[in-house]
Design a binder for this molecule. Structure first.
Ligand SMILES: CC(C)(COP(=O)(O)OP(=O)(O)OC[C@H]1O[C@@H](n2cnc3c(N)ncnc32)[C@H](O)[C@@H]1OP(=O)(O)O)[C@@H](O)C(=O)NCCC(=O)NCCS
Length: 332
């Protein structure tokens, strides 16, 4: 029997309208546009405003658009996996709320928590359900409302993050297309450098934790930077070597958008020129699990059937990984 692979058959993104510019950040913290652009490549980020608007609202908007453009009946979706570290609430899962909002009544759904590598983890997981032959339509979402956990008094982190979501539809194929290989890694010893101090079971919310501003993302930026540069490049090189690929064979590098300097270093290590690197960090900042599907969405019209893509990410956990996939369709 032919090998079944999981192929992305559609991609859709969603970003909220509000633009938080570097200029506006200058009024919140001691920073300036020149510093932010030269150190990160970011000019603005999108922020989800409004009462009772959680991550699922953005995820659902992306999934609704995806169902529409692929002509998919929500009742045919069997599974929705949402990668996020900012679910609407600790439980239920954001994926449950998304499934409900899009009318995927026959689907089961759950979240994956792997921070900035979340979309890669969820994509690999979703593709396993397709490859095993048990599922025919799986949706993988990457969505984060980082503005909910960013401390807008901390200039070292608040300049980096934004809100956004992206979603892909996975379906089976017996062609040489789709998810070809994946290497995913994690090291919990990295937790001290990027985490949220309170609000979990170790340190539940109290008046003290609130006063100490411990319900925000805490990051030791320069340490994370060093690990990100090394590991994202290493794991991408590993997946390329394992599949006998050189930079010339790659149509697109799709890197997690954390810092333009990390992206440039990864591309250099892989021998990939900047014209083949997907980049939208300038406009969205780091949307955590949203970055990679948002890139695929924005570059979809430039992708051709059979293009070799290397997806790569590094993030809190630490978690990191790289996925090699062959794009499944020409621009529609
Ligand atoms: C956060 C980050 C942009 C900081 O850049 P950096 O070059 O490492 O800068 P440093 O942290 O060494 O700080 C350099 C100086 O700039 C200052 N600085 C930090 N943030 C600033 C800001 N927003 N505006 C102006 N100055 C700032 C620092 O206080 C420091 O000043 P000092 O030398 O007087 O102490 C960078 O470390 C980074 O991108 N890290 C990884 C982020 C990441 O990928 N996170 C998500 C997981 S994927």
């Amino acid at each position: 029997m032919d090998k079944i692979r999981a192929m992305i058959t559609g991609v859709q993104g969603y970003v909220p309208e509000y633009r938080l510019t570097n200029k506006e950040l200058e009024s919140l913290v001691e920073t300036n546009d020149e510093w932010i652009v030269s150190r990160t490549g970011i000019k603005e980020r999108r922020i989800l405003k409004g009462e009772n608007q959680g991550t699922s609202v953005m995820g659902a908007a992306a999934v609704k658009g995806l169902l529409e453009k692929t002509g998919t009946d929500p009742m045919d979706i069997e599974l929705i996996i949402c990668a996020t570290v900012t679910p609407d609430m600790p439980f239920p899962a954001a994926a449950n709320l998304i499934a409900d909002q899009v009318g995927a009544k026959k689907s089961y759904s759950f979240d994956v928590s792997a921070a900035c590598s979340g979309f890669l983890y969820a994509l690999q997981l979703g593709s396993q359900f397709i490859q095993s032959g048990t599922h025919k339509k799986v949706i993988v979402v990457g969505a984060d409302k980082m503005s909910a956990i960013v401390d807008y008094q901390d200039r070292t982190t608040c300049i980096l993050f934004g809100d956004g979501a992206g979603a892909v539809l996975l379906e089976p194929t017996t062609e040489e297309l789709g998810v070809m290989d994946a290497i995913l890694k994690a090291d919990g010893a990295g937790a001290p450098y990027l985490h949220m101090k309170a609000g979990g079971s170790r340190k539940p919310a109290t008046a003290e934790t609130l006063a100490a501003r411990e319900h925000f993302a805490y990051q030791e930026g320069s340490t994370v930077f060093k690990f990100a540069v090394t590991n994202m490049a290493e794991v991408s090189a590993e997946v390329m070597e394992r599949n006998n690929l050189t930079g010339d064979d790659i149509a697109w590098l799709v890197p997690h958008q954390a810092n333009k300097r990390i992206i440039d270093a990864t591309a250099n290590r892989m021998g990939i020129g900047s014209s083949k690197v997907m980049m939208n960090i300038e406009r969205y900042g780091n949307t955590t699990a949203g970055t990679i599907p948002l890139c695929l969405w924005e570059y979809e019209s430039q992708l051709k059937k059979g293009d070799n893509l290397i997806l790569a990410a590094f993030g809190g956990g630490f978690t990191w990984g790289s996925i090699y996939l062959k794009w499944g369709y020409d621009p529609k």
